[in-house]
Design a protein around this ligand. Structure first.
Ligand code: AMP
Ligand code: MG
Length: 348
């Protein structure tokens, strides 16, 4: 199959028209959003949605997010309670996904993996909203990566995984956030964060009054434990290089952990340290790269750096732990999964 790539800066009309038509005809389109690139299909076309699972190699029990372009659509797909409406009003359009009770007959079982809930999001990206509006469909879209790989934050990442396998890639430049949306279950009386992202715990608390964080966010699931969100079960975001996290209670302790790991790996392998600007002073003679100053900076480049590490044939990448609050919680959630929960502490 030939993949057409449209640069939305220079080929906006043609790209959007072709992509909207492809969606209407049941084909797959990679679309930019403010979080990561999505692999999009008509959410009400079960055959089209099946193609998403096939193309990604995605487990059949990991449901998809349905993207809408207007807040009013939420109530057509789902029974939105007061809590859902409040959060939607506060954070849509934006990187927040609400898991709500499904209305019967609207969204096929293949999207929700047969569950009675559906995940819905109104993206901030004007490109994503235009594609939804122009196609006139609800759009089911997981991240546009082969299942298990780091999510794509540039069109070139999508090409790595899907060139020749899908008909259209819309190139909207680099994604603003760089990590997937915050997923919150809101069908109970209390919101529960199933996956952290750009809309943080504090932001949700301010609107809802309270919020719980699923224990699976920073931990793995134990044998036999049921996942509230099926996506929590799988090893995720993994490049070919071995990822390991350096942690500790002080800056020096983190630097110690990094040093121990660097010595261990660099004996026979090519190793990279991804660190924050204020830690660089510890890594003088080592191979390090500064990823920014804040957790937001880290979030923005994490997946890009993990993919680049493979391109540059690194055997191992050491990630510095960040404080798991605010956007730091989202960064650690992804970092831990990409490292398969391998953490070394410098102050033990
Ligand atoms: P992605 O496929 O990377 O876009 O991630 C979608 C996330 O939303 C995954 O973690 C899914 O498991 C989660 N999700 C989608 N639908 C539901 C649902 N009905 N209940 C709980 N989590 C869901
Ligand atoms: Mg994904």
């Amino acid at each position: 199959m030939q993949t057409c790539i449209y640069d939305l800066k220079t080929q906006y009309e043609k790209g959007m028209d072709e992509a909207a038509r492809a969606i209407q005809e049941g084909e797959l389109v990679a679309m930019p959003t403010e979080t990561v690139y999505g692999l999009a299909a008509d959410a009400q076309n079960a055959c089209a949605v099946e193609q998403i699972f096939l193309a990604k190699g995605r487990p059949q029990d990991n449901p998809l997010i349905v993207h809408i372009d207007r807040i009013e659509e939420l109530d057509k797909i789902a029974f939105a309670n007061k809590l859902a409406e409040k959060l939607a009003k506060a954070f849509w359009p934006g990187p927040l996904t609400l898991v709500v009770k499904k209305r019967p007959g609207m969204i096929p079982d293949v999207v929700t993996c047969g569950m009675d809930t559906v995940a819905v999001r109104l993206p901030k990206s004007a490109y994503a909203r235009e594609l939804i509006a122009r196609s006139g469909r609800y759009i089911a879209a997981p991240s546009a990566n082969i299942s298990g790989r780091p999510s794509p934050t540039r069109a070139s990442h999508v090409m790595e995984d899907f060139l020749g396998k899908i008909p259209i890639i819309l190139d909207g430049g680099e994604c603003e956030v760089g990590l997937e949306s915050t997923v919150v279950a809101v069908y109970g009386d209390k919101p529960v964060i199933l996956r952290p992202g750009g809309i943080t715990e504090d932001m949700i608390k301010e609107v809802a009054g309270e919020v719980e964080i699923s224990p699976a966010v920073l931990g793995g699931l134990k044998e036999g434990q049921r996942a509230a969100s099926p996506g929590m079960k799988y090893k995720h975001y993994s490049p070919k290089a071995e990822i390991v996290i350096a942690d500790g209670s002080t800056r020096r302790a983190i630097a110690n952990a990094t040093g121990i790991l660097y010595d261990k790996y660099s004996k026979n392998s090519k190793v990279l340290i991804l660190c924050s600007a204020d830690m660089a002073e510890f890594y003088d003679s080592m191979n390090y790269k500064v990823v920014g100053k804040t957790p937001e900076d880290f979030a923005h480049v994490l997946f890009d750096e993990l993919r680049r590490a493979d391109e540059e044939k690194y055997d191992a990448v050491i990630l510095e732990a960040v404080k798991p609050v605010g956007m730091g919680l989202a960064v650690m959630n992804r970092a831990l999964r990409s490292a398969g929960f391998k953490v070394v502490k410098g102050d033990e």
